[in-house]
Write a protein that binds this ligand. Structure first.
Ligand SMILES: [Zn+2]
Length: 227
């Protein structure tokens, strides 16, 4: 699963919880940030094999600290606590429920990976591996990613008050993510090394976080002046 993860970030943001979209963009990919970091450090192991599955080249044969079910639950709890602590310090509203939403957003990553990954997600440590393996079916997996993303953006547009320009930009962002997913799924390319792949994850995911940050700046001053 790639851009489909961001459906949860878009869907989770409401006028009521006021969680910044960029925070949710980090949350839904939090496990992959840890994974990419641990791959760069040589602690978790990845092989990049052309044609490993129809929709992905990633053979993540050892990633118990970022992607086992137990680790995912633990990271979700940690993320919720960190968000709660930051919210309390900055006295934002709805800090408790918002922290729970951030934790659930982190955990959603594991659920969506469970659908896409071949049997490489351990329940705990590096054993009892599960995964529905939708990556073996390229077109349905691609369709699922885009359908999820579209649903998430529709919810984001309907549940948040925003100026027209931000709506247009949010749809444009969705189109951009779709194009990137087309490139990832369908454009043939050579397999990168494990470390280069992990660096790419850091760079692309952080770029998306930056876009989400600037997206919610569009028309903000006018909105504040109006209220
Ligand atoms: Zn993942």
């Amino acid at each position: 699963m790639f851009v489909g993860h961001y459906s949860v970030a878009f869907a989770a943001k409401t006028e009521r919880n006021k969680i910044p979209l960029w925070v949710l963009f980090i949350a839904v990919q939090f496990l992959d940030y840890i994974w990419a970091t641990l791959v760069l450090l040589g602690i978790e192991k990845l092989r990049v094999i052309k044609g490993f599955t129809a929709g992905s080249m990633l053979d993540s044969y050892f990633h118990p600290y970022s992607h086992s079910l137990i680790a995912a639950i633990a990271w979700s709890g940690i993320a919720a606590l960190v968000y709660y602590a930051i919210c309390r310090r900055h006295a934002c509203h709805y800090s408790t429920s918002a922290a729970v939403i951030v934790g659930v957003a982190v955990f959603s990553h594991w659920i969506l990976d469970f659908i896409a990954h071949p049997r490489d997600l351990a329940i705990y440590d590096n054993t009892w591996k599960v995964g529905l393996g939708m990556w073996n079916y390229r077109d349905p997996e691609f369709a699922l990613e885009i359908a999820l993303l579209a649903c998430g953006i529709i919810l984001y547009l309907s549940r948040n008050v925003m100026p027209a320009w931000r709506k247009v930009a949010a749809i444009g962002f969705g189109v951009g993510l779709t194009i990137i997913q087309i490139g990832d799924t369908y454009v043939p390319r050579d397999a990168l090394t494990d470390k280069a792949t992990a660096m790419g994850v850091w760079i692309f995911y952080t770029l998306f976080v930056a876009v989400a940050f600037f997206l919610e700046k569009i028309g903000r001053r006018r909105q504040i002046n109006a209220s």
